[in-house]
Ligand binder design. Structure first.
Ligand code: GCB
Length: 607
C-alpha cells in the first residue's frame, strides 16, 4: 500500500522555501527515471489557464490548486466546452528554454504550460517517489494527476515534490505552468545584461527512495583541523529516530555506524592522518557511502580547506593565486541556456586551455554538472546569487526570495570541494537598505555553511578627489572575506591607455579578486588598437589592464569578463553585437579572439 508521508523534521542543513519540500541531495546518484524528452506546451500570454475573465485566480481557498489547465482534459462529449487540448498542441524538448527552440517565442516573456504523461512501476511497495526539477525559469506551478503540488520561485535552483500518494501505474500526467515575466521585486529584477530564457531549463527526474531514506548530508573537512572530517546526515520518513546509519570512506578505512537522534539527524567527526587533499593540482575525490538498512547513497567528495590570512587565500594552508574567467550558462554547442554535461565540459575545457584554475559562475547558480565537473577537473569555483544591479532592498518578500535561492544552491553544492566562494551579489549600488540586505544574506550563508568564503562583486570609485587613484568605498567590504570588484577602465571608462595613469589605493587588508574587466570585440574584425570592437582593441585593454591591476598589493586573482560571447537584449548594434555581448574571449561559434592568448600567456607565466 502506498503511503503518504508528512515531512515534519527540522531542517538543519538545507532549508527549502516555504512552498516546497526539503531538497533531495545528490540526485545524480539516486535511483531515478528521467522525464526529459518532448513535452506538450500551450503558450498562455493572458494566463487564461490561471485567471478567470474577472482576472481572479481559479485557485483560491475553496479550490486550492485549481486552474483551468491543470487537467489533461479531453473532449469527452460533443457538448462539452473545452478551449484547450494539450495532446493536440505542439511539443518542445525538455530540458530546454523556449526562446531558442521556437522562433515565435524568441522574445517571449510570460506563461507557458507544459504537459508530460508517463506510466510508472514502483520498484518496491513501500517506496516513495518524488519529482525533481534541476531548475525552471522563473515562477513554476506544478500539478500532478490533477492536484497542485506547489510553487517554486527562482530560475536557477532545484526543487522537488513528493508524488507517492498520487502516483498510478498508468497514465500519470504532470502539468507545469512556467512564467518568466520580469518583475521589479524579483531576484533578479527587471534589468539585467543577459537573456531571460524561459522554460524548464534543467533535467526533470522521478526519484524513487525507500520509505525512510538518507535525504541530505554535509561532509567536509573541519575548518580548523585538516585531520578531521565533520559530517551531518539527515534522514527523511516516519522511522527516523534511533536509526543506525553507516558511513564509509573505504579508502581511508573509515567505517562507522552511528544512531540518529529523534529528528533523524546524525552527527559525526572522523580523524585521519592519511587524507589526500583535494586541490587544483590534484583534484582527489573519495568515494563516500552512507547507508541504512533500507537505503544506500554514494558520492564522490574532495576534502580541502579554504581560508584567508591577511591578504592571502590559502588552499590547504598554501597560498594560491586564482587564475580565473567569468562564465555565463549558455550552451557552446546549441546556443540558448546550457544544461548538459557536454555543455559544461566544453566551457570548462576552454577555461583549462586558458590556463585557469578558477571560474566565476556568473550571475546565478549554474547547473549541477558544472560544479561536479569542476570537482573532477580541479577548478575552483565562485558561485553567485542573482542579486544583480538594483533590487527592491526594502521589500521583505524580495529578501526572502534571495535568501531562499541562496539556501537552495548551498544545499545542492555544499559537498563540492571546488566551490570556495559564495557571492552575495553583483554591482549593487550602496545604501543603508542594501547594506542590511546583503549583510543579512552573508550572515545567513555563514550559518548554513561556515566552511567557505563570502564575497560580492562590488564597484570601485575615485579615491577622495583624485582623478587617478581608485579605491573601494563600500561598507559591505567590511563584511566579505574576499574583496572583489568589477572595473572597466579602457572600455566604459576612457580608452585603454587611461590605465597607465591609474593606481589603486585599497585599504582593506583582505585578498583582492578582480571579478570583472574586459572589452567588446567582434571576432575577425581587425583594425588598429584604438578602433573599438576590433580584436586589437580588446587585446590592448587586456594588456594594459593586467599591467595596471597586477600592481595591487593584495591581488589574489582575476575573473575577466567573459569566456564566451553571450546573448543579451541590451546589445543591439547591427553587424557588431547583433544581440550578443561581445566581451567574450571566444565567439559564440567557438573561435578564439586575440585577447584569449594574452590572458593565456599571462596565466601561464604567473606563479
Ligand atoms: C558588468 C556586469 C555584467 C555585464 C558587463 C558588461 O559590470 O556585471 O553582467 O555583462 O558589465 O558587459 O557591461
Amino acid at each position: 500500500m502506498k503511503q503518504y508521508y508528512i515531512i515534519l523534521f527540522l531542517l538543519i542543513i538545507s532549508i527549502s522555501s516555504s512552498a516546497q519540500e526539503q531538497l533531495l541531495h545528490n540526485v545524480y546518484h539516486r535511483e531515478s527515471t528521467s522525464l526529459n524528452g518532448m513535452w506538450k506546451y500551450i503558450v498562455d500570454p493572458y494566463e487564461n489557464g490561471f485567471y478567470n475573465y474577472r482576472y481572479e485566480p481559479f485557485e483560491n481557498q475553496e479550490n486550492p490548486g485549481k486552474s483551468a489547465f491543470f487537467r489533461n482534459a479531453k473532449q469527452e462529449s460533443k457538448t462539452e466546452l473545452l478551449e484547450y487540448n494539450f495532446d493536440k498542441s505542439d511539443s518542445m524538448s525538455i530540458p530546454g528554454d523556449w526562446n531558442s527552440q521556437k522562433e515565435k517565442l524568441y522574445y517571449y516573456e510570460g506563461t507557458v504550460w507544459f504537459k508530460k504523461s508517463f506510466n510508472y512501476n514502483i520498484k518496491k511497495e513501500d517506496n516513495r517517489v518524488f519529482i525533481h526539477f534541476g531548475a525552471s525559469n522563473y515562477e513554476t506551478d506544478v500539478y500532478f494527476n490533477g492536484k497542485k503540488l506547489g510553487k517554486h520561485i527562482g530560475g536557477f535552483t532545484p526543487f522537488n515534490f513528493e508524488i507517492t500518494h498520487l502516483l498510478k501505474e498508468k497514465d500519470n500526467f504532470i502539468v507545469v505552468k512556467v512564467d518568466n515575466k520580469r518583475k521589479k521585486e524579483s531576484v533578479p529584477t527587471l534589468n539585467t545584461d543577459w537573456w531571460n530564457y524561459g522554460g524548464i531549463t534543467r533535467d526533470v527526474k522521478l526519484i524513487e527512495t525507500a520509505s525512510t531514506f538518507v535525504s541530505d548530508y554535509f561532509i567536509q573537512l573541519d575548518k580548523n583541523d585538516i585531520h578531521k572530517i565533520n559530517g551531518q546526515i539527515q534522514l527523511n520518513g516516519n522511522d527516523i529516530s534511533s536509526k543506525e546509519v553507516l558511513v564509509k570512506i573505504p579508502e581511508l578505512k573509515i567505517s562507522k555506524t552511528i544512531k540518529s537522534d529523534k529528528n533523524g539527524v546524525v552527527n559525526f567527526k572522523f580523524s585521519s592522518k592519511k587524507i589526500k587533499y583535494w586541490s587544483d593540482e590534484s583534484p582527489y575525490l573519495y568515494e563516500v557511502l552512507v547507508s541504512t538498512n533500507e537505503d544506500k547513497i554514494k558520492d564522490k567528495i574532495g576534502f580541502r580547506s579554504i581560508k584567508t590570512a591577511g591578504s592571502s587565500i590559502l588552499l590547504n594552508g598554501k597560498k594560491i593565486f586564482l587564475k580565473g574567467i567569468s562564465i555565463h550558462e549558455e550552451s557552446p554547442i546549441r546556443g540558448g541556456r546550457g544544461y548538459s554535461k557536454e555543455d559544461s565540459k566544453k566551457l570548462l575545457n576552454w577555461a583549462k586551455e586558458l590556463g585557469c584554475n578558477y571560474v566565476r559562475l556568473a550571475h546565478y547558480p549554474h547547473n549541477e554538472h558544472m560544479v561536479r565537473l569542476a570537482d573532477e577537473m580541479g577548478i575552483l569555483v565562485w558561485e553567485e546569487n542573482p542579486v544583480y544591479w538594483t533590487i527592491s532592498w526594502k521589500n521583505k518578500t524580495t529578501y526572502k526570495n534571495a535568501k531562499n535561492q541562496l539556501a537552495e544552491v548551498i544545499s545542492r553544492d555544499k559537498n563540492r570541494a571546488s566551490v570556495i566562494i559564495w557571492s552575495m551579489a553583483n554591482e549593487t549600488p550602496t545604501s543603508d537598505a542594501r547594506n542590511i540586505f546583503l549583510t543579512n544574506l552573508a550572515n545567513f550563508t555563514k550559518k548554513q555553511d561556515p566552511t567557505r568564503l563570502i564575497s560580492a562583486a562590488l564597484e570601485q570609485s575615485d579615491y577622495k578627489d583624485s582623478k587617478t587613484v581608485r579605491t573601494i568605498n563600500d561598507d559591505f567590504a567590511n563584511v566579505v572575506d574576499v574583496l572583489s570588484f568589477n572595473q572597466y577602465i579602457g572600455w566604459y571608462d576612457g580608452l585603454p591607455k587611461k590605465s597607465e595613469k591609474i593606481t589603486w589605493k585599497i585599504d582593506q587588508n583582505k585578498p583582492v579578486l578582480i571579478s570583472e574587466f574586459g572589452a567588446g570585440a567582434k571576432k575577425d574584425f581587425h583594425a588598429d588598437k584604438n578602433t573599438r570592437w576590433s580584436e586589437e582593441f580588446q587585446e590592448e585593454v587586456y594588456l594594459k589592464t593586467l599591467k595596471m591591476l597586477n600592481k595591487i598589493e593584495q591581488l589574489q586573482g582575476f575573473s575577466p569578463w567573459i569566456l564566451v560571447d553571450f546573448k543579451s537584449p541590451r546589445r543591439v548594434l547591427p553587424e557588431i553585437q547583433d544581440g550578443y555581448n561581445r566581451k567574450g574571449l571566444i565567439s559564440e561559434k567557438g573561435e578564439k579572439k586575440k585577447a584569449f592568448f594574452v590572458l593565456q600567456e599571462f596565466y601561464n607565466s604567473k606563479k
